[in-house]
Design a protein around this ligand. Structure first.
Ligand code: HEC
Length: 394
């Protein structure tokens, strides 16, 4: 019990750090991409690629971008890397504390097509993080990277493949987090393995006054631009856990792909707008994809049949068997010091109050019982369904 309680604090701490560092990283990334889009490039002095004026927080700012490097090394040069590293480190620790240490509950799924041991589940997850980067990096080194549109298509084609494979083993919610973690890892690896070395070379060239090839800067810029497009899909996967209607469909791998497409398009709209290019067509494409996904995952109509009756005792039995071990004032399930999200069903009054949430989570999304640990059957879900739908028709 004490262990579960302390883990809850650790979880809160890590999540808070992860969010703060993530905001710092993404904030900086958005800001520098915005600069790239907005700097004024016409009629600059020699060696200057562009400049811009801005006003913020009650002051004027003036900023210049150099084509290569300044005449002398600045005394203080600010780097942006720890935001990225600490976001990944805190994120990976979160993955360990939530998904790996409780792999059976959160990572795996007793209804999954392939049932594996927790250790194998963790191994598969880590392998995904590594292989995602290796594949992406390989593609970046191939000539495909010169054709951004086809490059994007290949990356997008990999999303449903990985999602489908993980869906065979992982819980639906974990599939989203896994894909988010894979792309997040690619983003950080871009910073660590490509962008930072490029910048170190640039600084060295500035010190030694040696020429730099334009390819060098381009390489860093390209990865930074990829990261920019990856940001929104990653953020979406990170909040997807709160939305069972997203992750609990029969074709999650398609949902996740379309969600990625829409968020990449949204990012693209902002970039086009920043560059002063037309973006109307991109908005239309994004909206079409969005509507398609909203329609595709729409829950089926109620199939309530007034002739079939279910008494509350039957509902009570199902809840006692499958839910109260976690959702009661004093959970008996190992690892739970308090009822998750404060949601409790151990008294009839509480169960009736929470009927809509019970229905949504067991019938519509089937996200509960967690990982279907207690192996709730379709008949039992049917009991909840008939009970809930009958209360609506009264
Ligand atoms: C092994 C523990 C466990 C079992 C068993 C379990 N749940 Fe949960 N439940 C959780 C956890 C953990 C969460 C929080 C998930 C999250 O943070 O997204 C949760 C969340 C919920 C929520 C969301 C509450 C909200 O405010 O959004 C509902 C509703 C719910 N469970 C209902 C049920 C029902 C009904 C059952 C039985 C059929 C059940 N749960 C069985 C652990 C469990």
């Amino acid at each position: 019990m004490l262990e579960a309680y302390l883990l809850d604090w650790l979880n809160l701490f890590l999540r808070f750090v992860h969010i703060i560092t993530g905001i710092a990283w993404i904030g900086a990334s958005f800001y520098f991409n915005w600069l790239e889009n907005k700097i004024y490039r016409v009629g600059q002095r020699d060696g200057i690629a562009g400049s811009l004026w801005a006003i913020h927080g009650g002051g004027y700012y003036y900023l210049e971008k150099y084509q290569k490097y300044p005449e002398s090394q600045p005394i203080k040069l600010h780097w942006f890397k720890w935001e990225a590293y600490s976001t990944w480190i805190s994120g990976f620790l979160l993955l360990i504390t939530i998904y790996y240490l409780n792999a059976e509950t959160y990572l795996l799924y007793s209804d999954a097509t392939i049932v594996v041991t927790p250790a194998h589940g963790v191994l598969l997850s880590v392998l995904g993080l590594v292989s995602g980067w290796l594949i992406y990096d390989g593609l970046c080194r191939s000539s495909l990277v010169r054709y951004p549109f086809y490059f994007l298509l290949v990356i997008l084609a990999l999303v449903p493949i990985f999602a489908y494979l993980y869906e065979l083993v992982f819980s639906p919610k974990a599939v989203f987090i896994q894909l988010g973690a894979m792309i997040g890892t690619i983003m950080v690896a871009n910073v660590f393995f490509v962008i930072m070395p490029v910048q170190r070379k640039l600084v060295q060239a500035c010190d030694e006054k040696t020429p730099v090839s334009s390819e060098l800067g381009l390489k860093g810029y390209q990865r930074s631009r990829h990261n920019n497009y990856f940001t929104l899909p990653v953020l979406l996967t990170m909040i997807s856990g709160h939305y069972p209607h997203l992750y609990s469909t029969d074709y999650n791998y398609l949902v996740i792909t379309v969600v990625f497409i829409v968020s990449v398009l949204v990012r693209h709209i902002f970039n086009l707008r920043g560059e002063g290019k037309p973006f109307g067509r991109t908005i239309i494409i994004a909206v079409v994809f969005l509507i398609a996904i909203i329609v595709a995952v729409m829950p089926k109509q109620n199939v309530y049949n007034p002739d079939i009756k279910v008494g509350f005792e039957q509902v009570r039995e199902v809840l006692d068997k499958h839910c109260v071990s976690c959702h009661s004032a004093n959970p008996t399930q190992a690892g739970f010091a308090k009822p998750p999200l404060g949601f409790m069903v151990h008294t009839d009054k509480l169960a009736k109050q929470g009927k809509k949430l019970i229905y949504q989570n067991t019938v519509m999304s089937r996200s509960m019982p967690l990982g279907n640990l207690t192996k709730m059957t379709d008949e039992e879900r049917g009991v909840i369904r008939i009970w809930y739908e009958s209360t609506l028709s009264n």
